[in-house]
Write a protein that binds this ligand. Structure first.
Ligand SMILES: [Zn+2]
Length: 134
């Protein structure tokens, strides 16, 4: 991968910030420990979707009732997404991600669902900068 020239914003610390930043620790949700990196990255930053063709017979059946469909798959965590649109208006009616297709995406503890995005961002931060792990 070629190097990218990032512009560095000026984050001058306020006078009250201690210089011993390496002593700072960030507590991460224990439930993220067993989650694969691609799942943490997708939950924190969003899925990189790529198009999957919809079979012609499916499109024809939907068109008969004034609808159409787009299908995508995440390049990173492999979750599939189906979006239903209303023909004519072009309005998005439904957008469904089939989380069962990647069991690692949902929190293992029963009934807890998706990891809150803020927790995923915190987990990603500590995975990339482990010196801040609590
Ligand atoms: Zn993903």
């Amino acid at each position: 991968m070629s190097p990218v020239d990032f512009t560095e914003p000026d984050y001058s610390p306020p006078a009250t910030v201690k210089k011993s930043a390496k002593k700072w620790r960030i507590a991460v949700d224990d439930r993220t420990k067993d989650m694969p990196n691609e799942v943490i990255v997708c939950r924190a930053n969003g899925h990189p979707w790529t198009e999957v063709p919809v079979p012609a017979n499916r499109l024809a059946a939907l068109e008969a009732i004034g609808l159409t469909e787009l299908r995508d798959i995440c390049l990173r965590c492999q979750l599939p997404r189906t979006q239903t649109y209303e023909l004519g208006s072009g309005n998005l009616l439904t957008s469904d991600i089939d989380y069962k297709r990647n069991p690692d995406y949902l929190i293992k503890q029963k009934g807890t669902g998706k990891l809150p995005r803020s927790d995923a961002k915190r987990a990603l931060l500590v995975r990339r900068l482990p010196q801040y792990a609590a």
